[in-house]
Design a protein around this ligand. Structure first.
Ligand code: HEC
Ligand code: HEC
Length: 320
């Protein structure tokens, strides 16, 4: 054994009283041992310090966590889902709109949105209401819900090549989807619609694309979208509500089922007149109550059929 060998060696050193080179080895080994203990202690101390640093950064600003902790040591804490993938969000229940002045303006916004024909008639040029394309009073995911939109503005839009406020975005749907004119910025209608959207988005992260925003982007179909096949899909799945001629169904002067083309529908500058938006909306939401039931090809074909009909002109072209 090493220890008994060392003992014997010490004994022989005592007896001979002569310097032996093994002393050097012993001193070097002792130095290394002490150094090692110090090094391990420093290492343990450092490891304990690490988790405290990202905790400060991530509690400050979840949306920026990735950027702010970029130069810090990685921890095994997963990033919040909402930052990287757009989290799930559920808007509040309309029953919970508060009482009082703020509640009143939220309620007006909801009324304008669901019954635009009555509450903002001066700004509407067709038979539609906002809710016709933004289902469940602007709450339904995959039908461009207001709660997913509100926190994404101001934003640059290719459509008008400038940074748009949320009110500018609302104005766009008045002008094109409603074939009307935008209510004045800062006016009663804009404030009410903004308040309603703000309330629906309460608690949602700002600047984060939430799951369910906009209309789904569908994959390309196997066959190029075809009007003739689309007509068959329309007759089998849509005509019962929207009418064989796509002109909707009027009940006491109001559309129970909205028109899909013609003079009372959205104009040619509207997002819904683009086949990709139409196909995404239709596949996710139509036939009403049976969203997701059409296959990919049928959704593109019926969108092609719908968008190939005549409708009011794009107001941007009419002015030139
Ligand atoms: C004919 C269908 C239609 C009608 C009616 C309509 N919209 Fe839209 N709306 C769209 C389309 C299409 C988009 C673009 C969605 C996208 O880009 O994914 C859109 C987008 C929006 C957005 C932005 C959504 C986002 O995620 O950023 C808001 C806000 C909005 N509409 C509000 C309104 C309001 C308010 C009205 C009524 C005054 C209205 N819409 C009427 C079709 C419609
Ligand atoms: C059961 C009745 C019903 C059927 C069937 C139906 N829809 Fe609709 N559709 C509606 C209603 C109601 C709305 C308005 C929703 C609202 O206001 O909440 C609507 C809205 C729409 C809109 C947006 C508003 C507009 O007028 O442009 C489009 C586009 C649309 N439907 C296309 C279709 C297509 C395509 C089909 C067939 C694949 C179809 N719908 C089948 C009832 C129906």
């Amino acid at each position: 054994m090493m220890s008994s060998w060392l003992k014997n060696w010490f004994q022989s050193q005592k007896q001979t009283r002569k310097f032996h080179p093994f002393w050097i080895v012993l001193v070097v080994m002792a130095t290394l041992a002490v150094g090692g203990v110090v090094w391990v202690a420093t290492y343990l101390f450092k490891v304990e310090e690490v988790p405290a640093v990202p905790a400060v950064a991530s509690s400050a600003m979840p949306g920026e966590a990735g950027a702010q902790t970029g130069n810090l040591p990685a921890t095994d804490k997963p990033a919040p889902l909402s930052v990287e993938h757009g989290g799930d969000f559920s808007p509040p229940d309309p029953e919970d709109i508060p009482e009082g002045e703020f509640g009143d303006v939220i309620r007006l916004g909801k009324n304008i949105f669901t019954d635009t024909q009555t509450y903002a008639s001066a700004y509407v040029g067709n038979g539609l209401n906002c809710v016709n394309c933004h289902l469940d009073a602007g709450r339904k995911p995959d039908s461009a819900p207001l709660w997913a939109s509100f926190g994404m503005f101001p934003a640059y839009r290719d459509k008008n090549k400038q940074v748009n406020s949320y009110e500018d975005r609302l104005a766009g749907c008045f002008r094109f989807s409603m074939n009307g004119k935008a209510p004045p910025l800062g006016g009663k209608e804009m404030i009410a619609l903004t308040s309603y959207s703000y309330w629906l988005a309460k608690g949602a992260p700002i600047g984060v694309a939430l799951k369910g925003r906009g209309y789904p982007e569908l994959k390309q179909p196997a066959l190029a979208p075809d009007e003739v096949r689309g007509k068959g899909v329309f007759e089998a799945n849509c005509a019962i509500c929207h009418g064989a001629d796509g002109q909707g169904t009027l009940v006491k002067g109001r559309y129970a089922f909205p028109p899909l083309w013609g003079g009372q529908s959205f104009n040619a500058g509207a997002g819904m007149s683009k086949i990709n938006n139409a196909a995404g909306f239709i596949q996710a939401n139509m036939p009403l109550g049976q969203g997701g039931s059409l296959n990919l090809q049928d959704a593109w074909d019926v969108a092609k059929f719908m968008t190939s009909h005549g409708r009011p002109a794009d107001p941007r072209l009419a002015k030139k």
